[in-house]
Design a protein. Sequence first.
Length: 278
Amino acid sequence: MLPGLEQAPRNDLPVAPRPPTLPELTHSDGEATAEWTAGAFYPRDASTLRGHVPIHVLRLAAEVPIHHRALFVGGTYEAALGSPATTRGPFALGGNLEVHGRAVWSTSTGLAFGAGLGLMLPTASIDPNSIDAFSLAQAAIALRPWDHAFFQDGSLAFRPFVDVHDTVGLFLIQFRGALEWTIDVRRGTGQRANSIATLYLALRVTETVALGVEGYQLYIIDAPVADERRAFFAISPSVRMMLPRVQPSVGILRSIGAPYYPATDNTMAMRVGLTLLW
């Protein structure tokens, strides 16, 4: 075996910053995260009244190790708040619930890679005949395009993924690639496939502070859409405090190129998160 590639003792792995979206691959504690994304999209035909359209997304996630620091299970739920289609007051829209399991192999140098499977349960109830509900779901996806499956009505989704991260001194790089296979179980209208890529780069500037940037791509593989409506990108610089039991984070989020919501120039948001460890 090459030097440095031996399996690391489970109590002697490097401590790495948690990305805003992805889990820290080899964490030893149970963790629960609440994240609030508050932003807006900007229509191309903006009027004085609708120059920007505010949207809020709440994400609740938890994950625990079930075998040392190699096997993990967890879940994520999301909901949206807003009123993008009309000037009525904002209303809440519940999304789908995802449960997942994953396995990780790690080395004493900080290199780790693994794979897992997420199952998206059709807990959302989005009336396809309601312009308000449909538009809010589309706006939430525009704000967070990698969360596409959370706001699909009546959809059961399988999300296999692979993870890689490496630590080099104070620097961390982490990547997740996922395939999203969605089945419409409510109306039986067929299947869809998407791919999602997430890349996180971080630098620990002190023992307790990490600066990072996360980039995302949603690619719609087989839906009957124009080519310019297949790929969507976003970027999110952030700061995380790495305290023993409480880890707050704050960042901004901006679309790159045309957002998911039609006839929109761009999206901009603030992200505030809090992770509790036990």
